[in-house]
Design a protein around this ligand. Structure first.
Ligand SMILES: [Zn+2]
Length: 178
């Protein structure tokens, strides 16, 4: 098994398993070695566990999401009764009420997306990320290699995909390095 530590191609600094970028010159780390079938098989259940933990982390704000939808529905109903004395035509009233409901639905949808992202980032920051780092150290696999295997293994909508350093859209790509 190839266990030698990598050095940065740009500046020669020693690279740790968890490094996605060189700690000195910030060059992206892309190891060229191929993982063995055993190494990949070893990663699979771990990747599955990480995805399950992120799925659990995401449910953290579920109560608030439901509360948001309930408030949206109540406000729409309230809007109907508030507008009723002011609007003569029944058709106009339905149109106005629908517009209020639609607007609130868009707002709640945006909040759901925001809180979902926040819950995932908090879960990742609260231990999932460091557990990945620790596991990479144990199995002697580099983060980029882990990301490639995870990307191949997981379905397109998997939560872990937001934390892989493969595309520019990664959630953590722009986050400050700890
Ligand atoms: Zn470097």
């Amino acid at each position: 098994m190839n266990t030698e530590l990598l050095t940065c191609r740009s500046c020669g600094a020693a690279i740790g398993y968890k490094d996605t970028h060189c700690p000195f010159c910030s060059s992206p780390i892309r190891p060229k070695r191929k993982l063995s079938a055993e190494q990949k098989a070893e990663l699979k259940p771990f990747i599955q566990t990480v995805e399950e933990r992120l799925t659990t982390a995401k449910t953290r704000y579920d109560g608030w999401v439901w509360a948001g939808f309930m408030v949206g529905i109540l406000l729409t109903i309230a809007g109907y009764f508030l507008l009723r004395p002011w609007v003569e035509s029944g058709f106009t009233l339905v149109v106005f009420t629908s517009l209020i409901g639609f607007g609130l639905f868009i707002c709640v949808g945006a909040l759901v997306t925001y809180f979902e992202n926040r819950a995932l980032q908090q879960g990742y920051a609260a231990g999932i990320g460091t557990d990945i780092d620790a596991h990479l150290e144990v199995v002697q696999v580099y983060r980029h290699e882990f990301d490639l295997v995870a990307s191949e293994q997981l379905p397109p909508k998997a939560f872990l995909k937001r934390f892989l350093f493969l595309q520019e859209t990664s959630v953590l790509q722009t986050a400050p390095k700890q």
